[in-house]
Design a protein around this ligand. Structure first.
Ligand SMILES: [Zn+2]
Length: 73
């Protein structure tokens, strides 16, 4: 499901920061958007996989409709 090691990610050339604790290291995962719940919310047009990044520090899960770029140093 998700990678074992946390990594920094970028979207549109900007580092992704946790919206809760400002941490920049995340565990990557994915989730299907095509669920009954998402259809109810009007997102069934997506019908694809969303990328999830779980904050390494506080565990908050961020959802992305396009793939974040891993930052390798
Ligand atoms: Zn966090």
């Amino acid at each position: 499901m998700s990678d074992r090691t946390a990594c920094e990610y970028k979207i549109d050339n900007d580092f992704i920061k946790c919206s809760h604790c400002k941490n920049t290291y995340f565990f990557k995962g994915s989730a299907m958007l095509n669920t009954a719940g998402m259809t109810f919310l009007g997102l069934d047009w997506a019908n694809r996989t969303a990328i999830t990044l779980m904050c390494e520090n506080c565990g908050l899960i961020h959802w992305f409709g396009k793939a974040p770029i891993p930052v390798t140093t």
